[in-house]
Design a protein around this ligand. Structure first.
Ligand SMILES: NC(=O)c1ccc[n+]([C@@H]2O[C@H](COP(=O)([O-])OP(=O)(O)OC[C@H]3O[C@@H](n4cnc5c(N)ncnc54)[C@H](O)[C@@H]3O)[C@@H](O)[C@H]2O)c1
Length: 294
């Protein structure tokens, strides 16, 4: 099935990024949010990002202009009536997502594929809100979307081969690298592996084996990671990380995903990472600085 027009629901950090990369690949995109201000802000940051790409010579000014023209912001869900693919990126809340999917099921063409960018919610539970679970799947992009190459393509319990293949080809067509997740498990693949590693890293810091900067150095220099687990945790946000670990633990009861005590203390203390200027590192000077004692 050919994808000719795309509808993105939610114009936040992820929805804006997904709209941008889809538009850059030449697709007409309708970006919908219930909040007019969020839509305006998103169009502004897309313009800013496109100008940055053009400034660095990665695309021409013409291409940046065309990409922007490809995006139509809207508050109307009924504008999804003629699209072939919807990518949902609203708040991470099962009830909200189920409501959005039930509404989309009512307004879109019966052939339209409905994808969710959820980080941790079961694709199967979201798909069950529709009459077309075979056309529902996960498309899990990574932040910042214009920079990060990976998109996990996740099969829900009822997702058809055709839906999975169409999504796989679409992801490639927008310049991303798809990884197929064959079963709908908590954390999918990247977070399932990455968060277990992060939990061990936090545990080693907590038990005094090494400082955050030494744990990070070990993973950067020993394994070629671009960033270590503690600096990644600060970038993600200690709150988001704790929530994601807890979500995997709740579903699996696998103790590797139980948020370590240090993480829970940092959460309670409001040391959430970059956004609060302090986490495993101190960012108050504008730079990442080590402050952890021995
Ligand atoms: N932030 C990340 O790093 C990241 C990475 C991967 C996946 N995700 C997932 O992507 C989704 C979106 O995350 P985000 O960080 O962009 O959130 P965000 O808070 O930046 O944006 C969410 C947007 O959804 C809008 N919204 C809420 N209900 C809506 C509705 N019914 N219809 C239309 N719009 C609605 C809000 O107004 C808001 O603008 C979540 O499921 C999240 O788990 C986030």
């Amino acid at each position: 099935m050919a994808i000719e027009k795309v509808f993105v629901v939610g114009a936040g950090l992820m929805g804006g990024g997904i709209s941008q990369v889809t538009a850059m690949a030449g697709y007409p995109v309708v970006m919908r949010d219930i909040d007019e201000v969020a839509l305006e802000k998103s169009m502004e940051s897309i313009r800013w990002s496109l100008e940055k790409f053009a400034g660095k010579g990665k695309i021409s000014s013409d291409e940046a202009e065309k990409a922007l023209e490809n995006i139509t912001p809207t508050t109307e869900l009924s504008d999804a009536a003629d699209v072939d693919l919807v990518i949902e990126a609203v708040f991470e809340d099962l009830d909200i997502k189920r409501k959005v999917f039930a509404e989309l099921d009512g307004v879109t063409k019966p052939t339209c594929i409905l994808a969710t960018n959820t980080s941790a919610i079961s694709i199967t539970k979201i798909a069950a809100a529709t009459e077309r679970p075979e056309r529902v799947l996960g498309m899990h992009f990574f932040s910042p979307v214009p920079m990060m190459k990976l998109c996990e393509v996740i099969r829900g319990h009822n997702t058809s081969d055709e839906t999975l293949n169409t999504a796989f080809e679409f992801v490639k067509s927008i310049g991303k690298e798809p990884v197929v997740v064959k079963r709908d498990i908590a954390g999918f693949v990247a977070n399932r592996v990455g968060l277990a590693m992060t939990a061990v890293a936090v545990y080693l810091v907590e038990s005094g084996v090494a400082t955050p900067s030494d744990v990070d150095k070990a993973m950067r220099l020993g394994f070629g990671h671009a960033m270590g687990p503690c600096e990644t945790a600060d970038l993600t946000g200690i709150d988001v990380l704790t929530h994601a670990l807890k979500a995997i633990y709740d579903e699996t009861k696998d103790e590797r995903y139980w948020p370590p005590e240090l993480l829970q203390k940092m959460l309670a203390a409001g040391r959430l990472g970059r956004k609060t200027k302090k986490g495993f590192y101190d960012y108050s000077s504008g730079k990442q600085q080590d402050y952890w004692g021995d």
